[in-house]
Ligand binder design. Sequence first.
Ligand code: NAD
Length: 313
Amino acid sequence: MCVLGLGLIGGSVLRAAAAAGREAFGYNRSADGMNAAIADGFDATTELETALTRAAESGALIVLAVPVPALPALLDHIRRLAPDCPLTDVTSVKASVLDAVTAAGLADRFVGGHPMAGTAHSGWPAGHAGLFEGAPWVISVDDHVDPAVFSTVLDLILDCGSIAVPARSEEHDAAAAAISHLPHLLAEALAVTAADVPLAFALAAGSFRDGTRVAGTAPELVRAMCEANWLHLLPALDRVIELLGDARDSLSAADSVAELVNHGHAARTRYDNFPRHEIVTVVVGANDWRRELAAAGRAGGMIRSALPTLDSR
Ligand code: NAD
């Protein structure tokens, strides 16, 4: 397989794939990242054309591991040099990536992905082979998804030690707005608010550290994912502003934040008890398989081992 972008996520995919025994090589735009990967014993180049020609010759699975704004230029090269390779990505938004892939004429060979793992650090040195161990990794089941490419991408996810969660792109984006992009903006707002208060940083402990942890992420990455998912982030922001506005009014009028706190505690308890189950019976490629997987993913279903296919049944 061929990883484009050897930063935190792409570098970790390359390491995990190699650790699983795959032949894997990577492209990185900067020589620093490439040299660091080579020094650690990996196969890397700064020559995109070389990497893509090699991918085309070997039919490698190409993994896009760059921020959203970098995608159109890479897709253009893939269309020219490796249009028949199976293609996936690790991007934190899914619908806009699918749009870009479709605009490049590569949707037939594309199955989107998003590992729900990461740190606030960037670049090759921040990655490691175990980053995805036990983490959910979204795999797209949009209408266009090809069964063979789906199985190829699923194999990679499982080789990385992750648990695959099937989802449609637009549902992923609505969920990611709520559980990832909104928390990023809340963390930034929390950090700014505390920074205005003398003594706050001197007293800050676990609650502040946990609540602002993701504000340590590189600003361009946070912007790239939030801005690319604006369609779903706006209603999530409206909802949180409404909840905080109501809590503020209630605190001011009745000295109480009971409603927000009680509802918040109940919602968190529901999350703690959210039922999860393993998906084992859906046959990839059978009638309605994408719809069944999307429904199962919504209900807490996860894929822990290869699913049956029409050929293997
Ligand atoms: P990173 O900064 O560590 O790595 C980004 C990589 O993209 C680097 O290799 C960089 O050289 C390359 N790149 C940037 N602009 C480029 C361009 N114009 N052309 C070619 N290459 C370019 O970032 P990361 O955290 O590995 O993020 C990569 C992708 O993974 C992003 O799409 C991000 O949304 C997604 N993601 C990040 C996390 C996280 O926690 N950081 C989690 C899941 C998914």
